[in-house]
Design a protein around this ligand. Structure first.
Ligand code: COA
Length: 255
């Protein structure tokens, strides 16, 4: 235990990976810890945004020492997919704050977040093919949805490591910032998001996630059509619209 640190700055929590001696490689024990913390944070109503951060290096992948001797059955137990899915379904917005290496399972961890901010010298890729395997933490599912099938196949088939500007160009990250500014910028973004209504944020996220599971735009829009009216039962909707009409800033209370 002890490889994940939780800190709270205002309404945003920061989960920091702390295993510098292995460039924050993700061991099974580390991911178990992460899983437990995600479960606890998801159950509390205290935070409105979650930042995943790896100081110096986001994460240099799944721990190769841990999985080198796995049988297929053990590999199935080792897989981080259940935890990364839990992160993907986290009720409020999540942001990956990426420095240094974000490779393999580290990149998959970032892809399970809603938004990604990368430092200018961040390096990203899927080196699994160079180890005789393929991504196993949701990479084959999430990367094509973000950057398109052909680009995801290129990354996964070649194991190429790409720069932050290239990742921005193909849509793998939302923004790049100067090195050293990654966490402050992620906190700034989390603070901006957290000023809004929690119910509106949660409903928007769940609607987008559920809509993405629908093959047709019409059935995805039907999910929105079903969820949108529920927001008119909140005090935040009344406050937001009243504030607009009264030409003042709204004060949302998450009710
Ligand atoms: N699993 C286990 N240990 C890892 C690791 C991983 N994914 N990535 C880095 N480490 C360890 C190294 O074994 C080394 O430990 P040691 O000092 O006990 O030998 C330490 O972290 C530092 O790594 P090192 O390779 O010496 O640093 P570097 O700066 O020369 O290279 C990388 C950095 C990221 C290019 C290189 O570590 C690497 O290729 N890592 C594996 C990336 C990968 O394939 N990830 C996907 C796994 S599915």
């Amino acid at each position: 235990m002890g490889h994940i640190k939780v800190t709270q700055s205002g309404p945003a929590a920061v989960l920091s990976i702390d295993r510098p001696e292995a460039l924050n490689a993700l061991s099974r024990a580390l991911v178990d810890e992460l899983d437990e913390m995600l479960e606890q944070l998801a159950a509390s109503n205290e935070i409105k945004a979650l930042i995943l951060y790896g100081p110096r290096n986001f994460a240099a992948g799944a721990d190769i020492r841990d999985m080198a001797g796995c049988t297929p059955e053990q590999a199935s137990t080792f897989s981080f997919t259940p935890t990364f899915n839990r992160l993907g379904e986290f009720p409020v917005p999540t942001i990956a704050a990426m420095e240094g290496y974000a490779l393999g399972g580290g990149l998959e961890l970032a892809l399970a977040c809603d938004l990604r901010i990368a430092g200018e010298s961040c390096k990203m890729g899927f080196p699994e093919i160079t180890l005789g395997i393929m991504p196993g933490g949701g990479g084959t599912a999430r990367a094509p949805r973000l950057v398109g099938t052909a680009k995801a196949m290129e990354l996964i088939f070649t194991g190429s490591v790409i720069s932050a500007p290239e990742a921005l160009r193909i849509g793998l990250v939302n923004q790049t910032v100067p090195d050293g500014e990654v966490l402050p910028q992620a906190q700034k973004l989390a603070g901006r998001i957290s000023a809004f209504s929690r119910t509106a944020l949660e409903t928007a996220k769940q609607t987008i996630l559920e809509g993405a599971r629908h093959p047709s735009v019409l059935s995805a829009a039907a999910v929105e059509y079903r969820n949108w009216p529920s927001l008119f039962a909140t005090q935040d909707q009344k406050e937001g619209m009243r504030a607009f009409l009264e030409k003042r800033k709204p004060v949302f209370t998450d009710r």
